[in-house]
Structure formats: C-alpha cells, structure tokens
Design a protein around this ligand. Structure first.
Ligand code: C2O
Ligand code: CU
Length: 580
C-alpha cells in the first residue's frame, strides 16, 4: 500500500469513527455511495505552473463558409468555429475577453470545472459583458479532455450566429497518436438568400426541439473530408455545438472505440454504436486506420434523423505509416453506483411547458420558467462531497438534453430501470416522456446552472441553478482535504481501485471525498427522432411503444397535433419505421 492510500484509509477510518458517522440505513447508503466516488475525478488540482494566455474577441464578421462564399456571422477572433484554445491540465488559463458585439454577452466554459465566478452565467456568476467591455476569465483546468465555450446570454441567437470555440485540456503526458482531429458538428438554418435566417426563437423552434438547421457542417464545412494515411492512429474529438439537433454518428465502418464522453475518460474503450450526441455533448474516439486500407473511403453517417446523411468522409491514401502502439487512455475509475437508486431523491425536476412569456411558450422546470436567467434562485441545495440522486421527468413530447454546470454525473436509470452507462456526463438527453435518474457527488462549491441545452428551450425558461456547498448540508469531514496533484506523483498505481496504470489518467487521483449534407436532405431530416440504440446509447428496443406521438404532428405536451408543415416526408418515413 502506498503512503497516499494509507493516508486515505486512515482518513476514512477517522470519518467512520466520528460522532456524526452515518446512522440510519439511508445515511449509510449515502456514505457508501460517496465512498465509492472516491478515486474518480479530482476535487482539486494544484496549479502546476505554466500559464496560457489568450485574447478572445466576439465580433460580427464576414468570413468564407460552406462552399467558401462570404457569410455574415458573429465570431470569436474572426473564425467559425472559434479558435481552439489549449492548455495542459494543471496550467492556468487566462482569457482576456472583449465584447465587440452590438449586445451583451458572456463566455461559458462548457464542462470545465472552473471556479464558480468564472462560469460565465449572467446574473448568477457575473454581470453581463456589455459592448466594448472586457472580462478576464481565469481558471486551472482540473480535467483533461474535450471542452468548448460559448455565450450564456441570448445563446439561442449568439451561438447560432457562430459564437463557439473548442477548449482542449491536454493530458500532462499526451499519448503519441499520429494526429488529433477535432470535428465541431453544427447545423445552420439559412434563408433563401443563403444568409443565417434572422428569425430566432420562432414559435416552431420553441414548440419543438429548438432550431434545427437546413445545412449541417463539420468544422464549418459541408461534406467534410478527412484525408488520412494507412496505419494512422487518430484521436478524434467530436463536439455538438448545434442549438437543437442531435446527432448519432455511425462509426461502424471504422476500427474506433470511445475513450471519453463529455471530456472525461471512460473506464475502458467502449463501442461507439448508438451514442446520441445531443447539443453540448462530446465524444472522443481512438481510431486506427488499418495499414492495408489505402484507397478506401469511409463515410460517417448520421443516423439520428429520420433520413440518414453523410456527416463526413474519411479518405485513406498515401504511404502507410507505422501504427503507434500504446494502451488505451480509457482507464478512468467511474463508480458503478449499483445502489444509487436505493437512496431517496435529493431533487426531482418535472420538464414541461405552458403558454406565456415573450415567445408565447414557456419551458419549465417544476413549473418555473427562468427566461433570460431572471431571478435565479437555487431549486436544490446539494451538500458538497456527498452522493445525491436527481431525477428528470420529461412530461413533454420533446427532447431535453439536460446539462449541469460545474460537475459530472452518471445516468443511473431510465424510466426506473437501471442502465449500465459506465461513464460521466455533463449533458444527458432526456427523451420524450422519459424519466432519467442521475447520481453525482458535487465537489465544487457554488450556484451551478442546470438547464436544457436546446438553446431555445433554455431561452424560454428551462433553466435553474443548484447550490452546492455552504448552502447545503455541511460536507463530510475530510472533503477537500486530499488535494489533487497533477505531477503524477500519485500515479495510477497508487489508486487501489484503478484498473491499471495509465499514462494519461494518473492525474485523476483521489477526489478527496471520504465518505452538407445537401440542404434539402438536411431539412428533411430535422425533427426529433426517437432513436433506440445499444452500446453507448439507450438499450436496444426500449420504449418501443409509449411515445406514440413523437413522430406525428403534436404540441409539446400532447401527441398527435401541431408539428411543422414541411415534415410530411418525415412522417411517411416515420410510419414506415413504425411499421417495421
Ligand atoms: Cu453549454 Cu449552460 O451551457
Ligand atoms: Cu429542452
């Protein structure tokens, strides 16, 4: 046993022996679940030295997009997608942000566990950044992985106009992939004139699954082609930055495994089949191109929409390169939390809607809509460093990818049945009429947003905050005492529960918690689509019935009526599917 493990053991013992040690069965169960979290993503990361300074300017711009024609956007540093910011885990990131937009904005670091004051939420963590003003965002990333940033103010318009960028937090010792590829997946709704349709937050968008575009892009290009050599081993980082569209990229033609979800490494390489990449989600793949594949072309098809379409193409050519051999980075410790459903809910959220508000429809959490972050008061208080179970009950017939800032969670059950989803998320899609239970141990104090990442739903009120820390019950003794070390001194081998030593995951030490698609094609494929999937997705064949109206015209609460007119084609293909 290493010194670190020894200290943790003594600490755990000390906690167990304290007068306030768990008494009732519920307390004991919570304590056990909390202890099971120990060894997951770290509570603290010490600044390891190293600074990354970036200037970030949001401003209107005209840039070549799609087929290269000039296109008016709002952009970070004149690019769409915005710049890729990079830092190593444990380095300090300082972003001097300036707003040159005609309206207020903020920058939110999606999925990054930043100090609460750096979270970029207007009225909650900072005042809005007015036109001409600046704000300096500063944080030390605690988790290596794929993250992104975007405005958190009028985001249904600002993100759609082009404001989003990627933040890559590198491992302390990055693995020797032959190359890293980032695919920022997005869609755009263009008008007849080929410009961004300036009608935002339309009743149709609000009533349905947000603004689905009629052009899908990868890195701002339609029909993205990636040229690779035989033998290459790639780290492919996928991000969905769309306002509302969900993607389900089919990688079955490739030798690919998922190594990270929403930034964090998975416990083992997972088959990518069926993962639903909803707005906000990220997926990292480890892809090997066999050395005898010269001349091949692999199409990555999106299968979420009713009409599958080509998202991107991988073209293999040129001389074969040696394939680097190294163990998969997917070796994180993620608690199983098999008993997570056994403890009472800390909070349950009904996802629903009602008439009213500036858009004519309000999207609500437990009957409350916070339009434009107005008067945000915490709707739950969670104690720091203690297991909590939350529930999202979707009373509507629309999709709601629920995102929580400042923490990761694990899906425990869908519709009451336990699901084996062995990885962390910061965003989980709650399907129409579905109930999703999640488990989490919040380790960062503050008021954190919880909202739907369909940006139109969020703008129309589907937002709230949850308070972690002092407002909740006191953290268990010892929480936060084990500060994370990013220098690898507490290597993977020091972790009793870690599966194997890992070149990349050894920084994830103890948490310190003892206890074109062608335009027409794309437009036809819009709309919510109740996809069932195995693998990373939902278990195959579930909900085969029980969501009767999703494919038909329907109001958000009522199956059967009100869907947008141009979807006849979808309806017929939907009936075919239903018949199948
Ligand atoms: Cu990506 Cu609160 O957002
Ligand atoms: Cu929603």
């Amino acid at each position: 046993m290493t010194k670190h493990a020894l200290i943790m053991g003594i600490l755990a013992l000390a906690v167990a022996c304290r007068g306030d040690a768990p008494q009732g069965p519920v307390e004991q169960a919570v304590a056990a679940l909390t202890a099971e979290f120990d060894g997951s993503y770290p509570m603290e990361v010490r600044h390891q030295g190293g600074e990354r300074e970036y200037d970030l300017v949001a401003a209107p711009a005209v840039i070549p997009m799609f087929d290269g024609r000039p296109f008016s956007v709002w952009a970070y540093n004149g690019q769409v997608p915005g710049p890729v910011l990079r830092a190593k885990v444990g380095e300090r990131v300082r972003v001097r942000f300036t707003n040159r937009l005609p309206e207020d904005t903020t920058v939110h670091w999606h999925g990054v566990r930043v100090p609460n004051a750096m979270d970029g939420v207007p009225g909650v963590t900072q005042p809005p950044v007015a036109p001409g003003e600046s704000f300096v965002y500063e944080f030390v990333p605690k988790d290596a992985g794929t993250f992104w940033f975007h405005p958190h103010l009028r985001s249904s318009e600002q993100v759609e106009r082009g404001l989003f960028g990627v933040l890559i937090v590198e491992d302390a010792d990055p693995l020797p992939y032959t190359r890293e590829v980032i695919w920022v997946i997005d869609d755009w709704r263009l008008g007849q004139d080929g410009a961004i349709d300036p009608r935002f937050n339309t009743p149709g968008d609000l009533m349905h699954d947000g603004r689905w575009g009629n052009v899908v892009t990868v890195n701002g290009r339609v029909q993205e082609v990636l040229e690779v050599h035989p033998g290459e081993r790639l780290r492919l980082r996928l991000l969905n930055t769309a306002n509302g569209r969900v993607f389900a990229p089919d990688f079955s033609g490739l030798d690919a495994s998922v190594i990270a979800v929403d930034g964090l490494y998975t416990p083992r390489p997972l088959p990518p089949a069926g993962f639903e990449l909803s707005p906000g989600n990220r997926l990292d793949l480890d892809v090997t191109i066999p050395s005898d594949w010269a001349g091949r072309e692999i199409q990555i098809i999106d299968r979420f929409s009713r009409r599958p379409f080509v998202l991107a193409t991988i073209r293999v050519g040129g001389d074969a390169v040696p394939t680097p051999a190294f163990p998969s980075a997917a070796q994180a410790y993620v608690p199983a939390w098999r008993d997570g459903l056994g403890v009472p809910l800390a909070q349950s959220f009904d996802l629903s809607n009602e008439r009213g508000g500036p858009f004519g429809i309000l999207w609500t959490l437990n009957g409350v809509a916070h339009v434009g972050h107005a008067d945000m008061k915490p709707s739950a208080e969670l104690p720091l460093g203690r297991f909590a179970r939350l529930r999202f009950g979707n009373l509507s017939y629309r999709l709601h990818p629920i995102h929580i800032h400042g923490m990761f969670f694990k899906v425990l059950a869908r519709d009451g049945s336990p699901v084996d989803e062995p990885f962390w998320r910061d965003t989980a899609l709650v399907h129409p009429r579905e109930t999703v239970d999640i488990g989490l141990v919040p380790v960062d104090a503050g008021d954190w947003m919880l909202h739907c990442h369909i940006l139109e739903h969020a703008e129309a009120g589907m937002m709230t905050t949850i308070r972690v820390g002092p407002g909740g019950q006191p953290p268990p003794a010892g929480a936060g005492t084990s500060s994370h070390r990013g220098d690898g001194a507490h290597g993977a081998n020091a972790e009793p529960r870690r599966r194997r030593a890992s070149a990349t995951s050894h920084r994830h030490t103890r948490a310190g918690t003892p206890g074109t698609c062608a335009r027409t094609r794309a437009s036809r494929s819009s709309g919510s689509h109740p996809r069932r999937a195995g693998g990373l997705g939902r278990s195959r064949g579930r909900r085969a019935s029980g969501t009767p109206g999703r494919r038909r015209r329907g109001s958000p609460l009522e199956p059967g009526r009100g869907r947008r007119a141009p979807r006849a084609a979808e309806r017929s293909s939907a009936s075919r599917r239903r018949a199948a």
